[in-house]
Ligand binder design. Sequence first.
Ligand code: SF4
Length: 362
Amino acid sequence: MALEYVEEYRNPELSRQLIGQIRALSRKNIRLMEVCGTHTMSIFRNGIRSVLPETISLLSGPGCPVCVTDQREIDAFIRIARRENVTVATFGDLLRVPGSESSLEKERAAGRDIRIVYSTFDALEIARNHPDRNVVFLGVGFETTAPTVAASLQAARAGAVGNYLVFSAHKQVIPALFALMDMESLAIDGFLLPGHVSVIIGVEAYRPVFEKHGVPSVVAGFEPGDILDAVRLLVNQIETGAPALENAYVRAVTPEGNAKARQLLADVFTPVDTAWRGMGMIPGSGLAIREEYAAHDAQKVLEIPLEPASEPKGCRCGQVITGQMTPPECPLYRKTCTPMNPVGPCMVSSEGTCAAYYRYHR
Ligand code: SF4
């Protein structure tokens, strides 16, 4: 489609046309996975599941940053918050995520200095204004947010803000896609690839996964028309037996991505093996802070090792994240686990699948 303005992707008539095309194309039962929390919320908010033919199932994958963060990292954040002379700066989503024994929200209620920020540069400003305290920004998320963290580390080094530290728990999408494809229990016919991440890494970053596994893959935007168009392309690929790597978000995503942001990532971070909730250790899927920035690496400066941690009892978040279970299949869903009293991170985050089901699914 060659539409120019974002409003056009919200046009009900366009959606009706796309739904008609999808219905006309769809024959087999297929399972598509979205690998982006913003897609999950948009799909639910716009009722997209309910307008698709019954042959098409949409599953949520590991696309919610807070949800995929390993429990040992959540516990490490809490241990940092308990340190003397430390201020923790974080995006709001992390606050209520339950750790093994506590949460940042409980720690804040107990008097720890934990502040919600809206950008990494807010955290840097706090560090500038409080040179007597270590200010630790909790770096959680994918390639979308990691460049802004990298930029703040460069600014901290250039401005000699020695008390600005970052705990890097960032994750990279491509190694996770490889890991997903290696899971025997995963039966996926196509990927709805994440729009925001793709703005940074570009469509061609997915080529190695596509070439190895040949799974239909389409980069999608976030408006109803964007998502329906991507589903239409995926259904067409599957029904015609012609898998491809396509871009349905050309107004924002290029083949090569954002070269400046990618360079920022390469300058400040280096790939490292890291554990994902529900998926275990995935080689090269994390972003560690390079040695040149070690003076700003919270894990090194504060000597915070990752320690064994226990998952919330009864929580099936790991299975939800990997598309092996839907939230209503979790015995705790809507009973002991609700947004007011979340047992696991998938019910906490605004991008969590359990939270999306709770809010929109009947
Ligand atoms: Fe975990 Fe709650 Fe989701 Fe169940 S409903 S998987 S307990 S977050």
